[in-house]
Design a protein around this ligand. Structure first.
Ligand code: HEM
Length: 130
């Protein structure tokens, strides 16, 4: 997998984004993640009628940024993006679990997955509204 995004990076410590393989790796993880989410009967309903390719694009951008990519996230805030969806606490936990499983499937190590889950956990109060 080639890393095209860290070209402009300084020679500082590699970020998690760099370590897992940059934008290509994040795109692969987001694809695996949506396969899982859409196959989960508890979650698929939230995505009915949504433009999955558009959400995937935003999510690559968001996840990349959460992992330290140097390109800023340009989508809506997490609260604005999810407030109409009546997302439950259980649905949030399942989504994070599917993301962790997708990262593992893509070969990301457990410690890094833990760090990523630690970045996403605090978003729960912004995303869960039911
Ligand atoms: C770890 C937590 C999550 C993150 C980081 C995340 C990230 C995102 C991002 C970046 C977008 C696109 C925002 C935009 O359009 O500008 C989005 C949209 C969306 N998310 Fe999430 N999400 C999370 C949890 C969830 C959960 C738990 C569900 C449902 C069970 C969900 C369902 C959706 C749906 C349906 C949209 C499209 C909303 C619309 O376009 O109106 N997300 N999410």
């Amino acid at each position: 997998m080639t890393d095209t995004t860290s070209a402009g990076a300084t020679a500082a410590e590699p970020t998690i984004f760099d370590r897992i393989g940059g934008a290509d790796a994040v795109a692969a993880v987001v694809d695996l993640f949506y396969d899982r989410v859409l196959a989960d009967p508890d979650l698929a309903g939230y995505f009915e009628g949504q433009d999955i390719e558009r959400i995937k694009g935003h999510q690559r951008n968001f996840v990349g940024q959460a992992l330290g990519a140097r390109r800023p996230y340009s989508g809506r805030t997490m609260r604005r993006a999810h407030e109409q969806l009546a997302i439950t606490s259980g649905a949030f936990d399942k989504v994070v679990a599917h993301l962790a499983a997708s990262l593992a499937e893509a070969g990301v190590d457990e410690e890094t997955i833990g760090t990523i889950a630690g970045v996403l956990g605090p978003l729960k109060p912004e995303i869960v509204t039911a």
